[in-house]
Design a protein. Structure first.
Length: 300
């Protein structure tokens, strides 16, 4: 956003973040329209949105619907996320890189991600940190503690660190402050654990992988292992621990669990290694985890 635009928005809206955001979107529409060489009349014609409405939008006063904004983005031939993204506009170099990346298939993107990690020194900065990821009931707590005992290193459960930091339970954090506050605490606690331990076994929360920046930090700072189990085993282990909440009043509990697992499989698959825990003893799984850690250490 330009200084002039910032001043205009600040004077008009004060500290209201909603109005500031509308001003940011309006500035982007106007700037992209200018870069495209489109008059407001042409944009109105191509998008089907009135000139009067466009003028309100560009001046930070248009509380536009997502469908109208989509029409405007399509008329200017830009992705809608270029208009609605919070924060400053991305550098042009990053925009060009993203256009190149969009042409790559998933295999090429995965290879490039690993190459970038190598070039940025991620594997060399991981120390002897091991992070276990996966759905609840995969065995992270049991195997994490057993592995840490065998390696004689600390075992840190990230969710317990968050509770200690917040001074309340996870459910209270969500109820009182919401998802955004939880994610901020999760990142702060992960950074503190990573910065404070060269050798550690970390149990990550099952949903950490859904927060890209935090998940990238985990992948860069730790040798990451996905503990994988069948959906039925996930559920049975949680119930065996005496926690019947997943089934309480929810006839679709197994369907929901499968849906969550399907939605996260590609993310969990970004781990450095996968250990299947279904139908296996604790000692057998810990043997495999310890062997994976030794191979990673030798590779560095």
């Amino acid at each position: 956003m330009t200084t002039q635009a910032s001043s205009r928005n600040g004077a008009a809206t004060g500290s209201d973040p909603g109005n500031d955001y509308l001003g940011l979107v309006g500035d982007r529409v106007r700037n992209i329209r200018a870069r495209r060489g489109m008059t407001r009349k042409i944009l109105s014609r191509d998008s089907g949105v009135s000139e009067r409405y466009l003028a309100e939008l560009e001046n930070g006063r248009g509380n536009i619907s997502i469908m109208l904004l989509r029409q405007i983005a399509e008329a200017m031939h830009v992705p809608i996320d270029d208009l609605v993204r919070e924060g400053p506009d991305m550098p042009i170099e990053l925009s060009l890189i993203l256009e190149q990346l969009r042409r790559l298939d998933s295999g090429a993107l995965n290879a490039l991600h690993h190459q970038l990690q190598e070039q940025l020194g991620a594997s060399r900065s991981r120390g002897d940190r091991i992070a276990l990821i996966g759905l609840r009931g995969a065995g992270k707590s049991t195997l994490g503690q057993a592995l840490a005992d065998r390696l004689q290193v600390p075992f840190v459960q990230l969710n317990k660190e968050i509770e200690a930091e917040a001074g309340m339970s996870l459910s209270e954090v969500f109820d009182l402050f919401g998802q955004a506050a939880f994610r901020r605490l999760e990142r702060q606690c992960l950074d503190r654990v990573v910065d404070g331990h060269e050798q550690v076994v970390i149990e990550a929360g099952g949903s950490l992988v859904s927060e890209p920046a935090t998940f990238e930090r985990l992948l860069s700072a730790c040798f990451t292992v996905w503990l994988q189990a069948a959906p039925e085993e996930h559920m049975n282990r949680v119930l065996a621990q005496g926690d019947h909440r997943p089934m309480a009043g929810n006839r679709e509990a197994m369907t929901d669990l499968r849906r969550i697992l399907d939605g996260r499989t590609a993310l969990y698959g970004k781990a450095d290694a996968t250990v299947v825990t279904s139908g296996r003893s604790i000692d057998d799984c810990v043997d495999e985890l310890a062997a994976l850690r030794r191979r990673d250490t030798r590779a560095r």
